[in-house]
Design a protein around this ligand. Structure first.
Ligand code: SF4
Length: 534
């Protein structure tokens, strides 16, 4: 029996070794920074005295404060201000995965273009073209149609213009061969030329692939590529293209919001000014592109809603449900429930189009491609009836959120799990809603933060390697959570929010680093293991 003097169970962390918060520094912030610095000490192995930790915590006004491991790919590319442009970010292409479908197609298309530039005497020796897939591309590529996407690129198909029927036909008749003309030479390629290679190894990126042009046994040209998420591609020795300098340089949300507030601009206006400066395009050209993407998103939702009920491709034999959910949501006599049902149906519609391998927009990826279209449609003709121009402004704010997640964390599930896909998509959509509703910049940032925060740690475990379970329903949750993020952020006092967007992105990067590889688009854990297909 315990005596009354027994020590109580230790529920709260022992802080006896901690130094009190310095005068003038908010205690809660001080304690939070101390905890983050302690975590950083653990990660880096650097020892700090309690006093040094206290000094660092007191000084930590600029975010992000946590030194990230240099082994994290997202760190290597996060130098200087954001330089991504809207045309690089929103890419139209076939589903189901931006990193496993659009990226590989862009890679093999790029390689074929490089081959055409070889001297004629080399080209005349060419007899074969081989593609090897490694890491996550190899582990889950079959479920994503990676081999078909890679072959399509070799034979000159580009993601934005490929007819999904070509890919469907290739799936139905996988033995087809296609002539490749290089110089005076023509040789055939087929799916057998795309090789599912090692899934595990010390690859420069989880989504690594190599392309080789062969002349008999001799390698005439070889290039190592990386599909780095969101349809972005890089290669060994990659140097980012030369661009103009942004008018309002920023690498954090704090800097982005500061620019907006100091110049009395919206976040969207800051992003637009930077697009013009970085890309060299006119405002009208940038806005015309965003309008085109908005139309594509609307059409994706409409196509998904109109598609006859059926079974999606693959071994899961998953039934479509967007049409049913939409119809039943409209019949709901309670308006609020109807709203949630309708937004969910729009997201299911977009995501089912992705699962069919039809054209989608990376926002930021294929797996998450149901989220932004659902909210775009719900803000416009499918709901609030906001003018298209206003929604385009929202899409610019959204892209700013996506840029920052790419810049300071990751968009690749193979690197960061599903938080990097659905989490980022939801944060982008939340920022878009806030912008369209006329919220001030801090509320736009807070809405994005709220939505991203509540996706932190989300793993990627697609069943059978197909972007269907949990992905399709997860898009619906991402879209609804975007509205939740906006509702909370727009109804609280902005300055009272204690978690800022940059800290949340840092948390996402740290979580990405620590996440077990089983949960990074390898289909080796979670639902991919627990769900039994029969
Ligand atoms: S679980 Fe999430 S990250 Fe993984 S494929 Fe599905 S949508 Fe993408």
């Amino acid at each position: 029996m315990k005596s009354e003097t027994d020590a109580p169970p230790q529920i709260f962390e022992d802080t006896s070794g901690m130094v009190d918060s310095p005068t003038g520094v908010d205690r809660r912030s001080f304690l939070m920074r101390s905890a983050v610095i302690s975590a950083a000490v653990l990660m880096t192995g650097r020892k700090l005295t309690p006093e040094a930790q206290a000094a660092a915590a007191a000084a930590g006004a600029s975010k992000p404060q946590v030194p990230l491991s240099s082994s994290l790919n997202v760190v290597k590319s996060s130098k200087g201000p954001v330089m991504t442009t809207v045309e690089e970010f929103y890419k139209v292409g076939p589903g189901p995965s931006s990193s496993h479908t659009i990226g590989p197609m862009r890679i093999t298309y790029d390689f074929y273009q490089r081959c055409t530039k070889l001297p004629k005497d080399k080209l005349n020796q060419a007899t074969a073209l081989k593609v090897n897939l490694f890491g996550s591309l190899s582990a889950t590529g079959k479920g994503h149609g990676t081999e078909r996407a890679a072959l399509a690129g070799i034979v000159g198909k580009e993601p934005a213009t490929v007819d999904p029927a070509f890919l469907d036909d290739l799936a139905a008749n996988p033995q087809q061969t296609f002539p490749v003309k290089l110089g005076d030479n023509t040789f055939n390629v087929s799916l057998a030329d795309v090789i599912y290679d090692a899934t595990k190894g010390n690859f420069p990126h989880p989504n690594t692939m190599t392309c080789k042009l062969l002349g008999g046994e001799q390698v005439l040209l070889e290039q190592e590529y990386y599909s780095v998420g969101g349809g972005f591609i890089e290669w060994k020795g990659y140097k980012p293209p030369k661009k103009g300098q942004p008018k309002y340089p920023y690498a954090t949300m704090k800097e982005l919001v500061d620019h907006a507030q100091k110049n009395k601009l919206t976040i969207a206006q800051v992003i637009l000014a930077n697009e013009v400066a970085v890309s060299g395009k006119s405002e009208a050209e940038v806005l015309a592109f965003v309008d085109k993407i908005q139309n594509a998103m609307i059409n994706i939702v409409k196509s998904g809603l109109a598609a006859p009920a059926g079974t999606l491709p693959g071994p899961i034999k998953l039934k479509t449900k967007a049409g049913d959910v939409y119809k039943r949501a409209l019949e709901d006599k309670f308006q609020r429930e109807q709203g949630i049902g309708v937004v969910s149906a729009y997201a299911l519609a977009g995501s089912e189009e992705n699962a069919r391998g039809h054209l989608v927009v990376t926002a930021p990826t294929g797996g998450s491609a149901g989220v932004m279209p659902a909210v775009v449609y719900a803000l416009g003709e499918g709901g609030r009836k906001a003018p298209k121009e206003k929604i385009s402004q929202g899409m610019l704010s959204a892209v700013g959120v996506g840029y920052l997640c790419k810049h300071n964390a990751t968009l690749a599930a193979a690197e960061g799990g599903c938080q990097a896909e659905i989490g980022v998509a939801s944060a982008m959509a939340a920022a878009m809603i806030a912008e369209v509703m006329g919220s001030p910049p801090q509320v736009v940032a807070n809405a994005a933060e709220s939505s991203l925060e509540h996706h932190l740690g989300m793993t990627c475990d697609p069943v059978a390697g197909f972007v269907q379970v949990p992905c399709i329903e997860r898009c619906a949750y991402g879209a609804v959570k975007a509205w939740t993020g906006y509702m909370i952020a727009s109804n609280e006092i902005p300055a009272n929010r204690r978690v800022d967007f940059d800290s949340t992105v840092t948390a996402m990067a740290l979580t990405a680093k620590d996440m077990n590889p089983k949960y990074k688009e390898t289909s080796e854990g979670g639902l991919a293991l627990s769900v039994t297909l029969c």
